[in-house]
Design a protein around this ligand. Structure first.
Ligand SMILES: Cc1cc2nc3c(=O)[nH]c(=O)nc-3n(C[C@H](O)[C@H](O)[C@H](O)COP(=O)(O)OP(=O)(O)OC[C@H]3O[C@@H](n4cnc5c(N)ncnc54)[C@H](O)[C@@H]3O)c2cc1C
Length: 377
């Protein structure tokens, strides 16, 4: 049986390692062939970008060689897929190879698309790539005071990043002794400060306590860099001296080009994790259109369910469990306090008051991630 995983990020890597362990005997006896096709020989720990933007991590800490993270038994090829031929159970790569499969898993992630909002890319600081996070760090260091506006598009990966960046900016300016010269203004596209109701209920008083102003129902329409104004679809506008953004995301272009899903997000059954209409094609991580947080932990828990199910298909002829939509997100509440949100399809999150202990747990996880990617945590 040929199992083909497309994408070597959080979801693809955890799944591949999970399967390599569960199916070690079948791989050794060549009953199963497990192949990963990915776009880069490096694996990035994307949550580290948040710290990079404040000079609290360095770029080298974000990367490992992809090959070093994979269990023996996984055939890795750094050769991105260009064409999906689902009717023929095969894909074609940039390198000109054709790979047939019995089971296909798509885990190609998502990407920010700042160019969808006129003026945004040129005028706002971002932190979702290494280059932009380093640029933001330099801009923050040079900033001496004024109005900082935080604005975002939906969907975007990491649901807690808007809150985290805002709380961390508060502490950053406080540490530099210029918090009283900085007005922090947070905007959010829906009618409360976070899409998850209980997270919004918890965060709003925190904003009030820290003197952070906010405006909800603010969907960016355009950025006027000359006059330093962001305008919203709702007809309001807000002035800025420094604009920080998390742009709206799409799935990867290859998904759109192959017409697998609108905006690059693939229609996915939320409990089976199958692509709608294709019983041997699975989708995990940011690439799905499941209305749940696009987060590494979402991809991680999906990978665990899918690992168990694909191994069961090999050994028992059918999957054994349904996915419950589990997500666990830390929420950094400044430089040294954090809380977390844990939820699934049926149970909403219930964030507790932030603590130093949870912050240090998150700092430890930033190192332990590499163990987690290997599926050992
Ligand atoms: C600043 C920031 C902070 C974050 N903080 C958190 C956090 O605290 N907690 C949390 O849970 N999540 C966090 N996330 C989100 C998390 O990183 C993503 O949700 C997660 O990486 C998604 O996993 P994935 O496997 O779907 O995609 P990715 O990890 O993005 O992997 C996609 C993979 O697909 C490959 N690929 C792309 N195109 C092709 C192709 N054509 N063919 C083959 N392979 C291809 C890529 O090379 C890559 O290996 C954060 C993200 C950012 C940017």
């Amino acid at each position: 049986m040929k199992i083909l995983i497309i994408g070597g990020g959080m979801g693809g890597t955890i799944l591949a390692n999970n399967l390599a362990r569960r199916l070690a005997a079948e791989i050794r006896s060549r009953k199963v062939q497990l192949t990963m096709l990915t776009a880069s020989d490096k694996h990035m720990y994307q949550p580290g970008l948040l710290y990079l933007a404040f000079g609290r991590m360095t770029p080298d800490e974000l990367y490992r060689d992809q090959a070093s993270l994979l269990e023996p038994g996984i055939e890795l090829q750094v050769d991105p897929v260009e064409t999906f031929e689902l009717d023929k159970n095969q894909v074609k790569t940039k390198g000109g190879k054709t790979h047939a499969y019995d089971i296909l898993v798509i885990a190609t992630g998502s990407r920010p698309v700042p160019e969808m909002i006129p003026g945004l890319a040129e005028n706002a600081e971002q932190f979702y790539t290494e280059e932009s996070a380093l640029k933001m760090f330099r801009s923050l260091q040079a900033f001496q005071g004024g109005r900082v506006v935080i604005a975002m598009g939906v969907p975007h990966k990491c649901p807690m990043a808007p809150l985290e960046i805002t709380f961390m900016l508060h502490d950053y300016f406080k540490d530099r002794g210029i918090r009283d010269k900085v007005q922090l203004h947070y905007t959010y596209p829906v009618g409360r400060v976070h899409s998850l109701e209980n997270v919004a209920k918890w965060a709003q008083p925190e904003f009030d306590r820290l003197g952070i102003t906010y405006e909800t129902l603010f969907n960016m329409k355009e950025v006027d860099g000359k006059n330093k104004v962001v305008r919203s679809e709702e007809g309001t506008e807000t002035k800025y001296d420094l604009l920080i953004t998390i742009p709206v995301h799409k799935g990867m272009e290859v998904i759109e080009k192959n017409k697998l899903g609108q905006g690059g997000f693939i229609p996915t059954n939320k409990t089976k994790l199958t692509m709608e209409g294709h019983s041997n094609v699975y989708v995990i991580g940011d690439t799905t259109n499941i209305p749940i947080s696009k987060a590494g932990s979402t991809a991680h828990y999906q990978a665990e369910t899918l690992g168990e199910n694909i191994a069961a298909i090999v050994k028992l002829g059918q999957p054994v469990r349904e996915h419950d939509g589990k997500v666990f997100c830390f929420i950094e509440c400044g430089k040294d306090r954090a809380t977390y949100a844990m939820f699934n399809y049926t149970n909403p999150p219930d964030p507790k008051p932030p603590s130093r202990a949870i912050h240090w747990f998150k700092m430890a996880y930033n190192k332990l991630y590499w163990t987690s990617a290997r599926g050992l945590l």
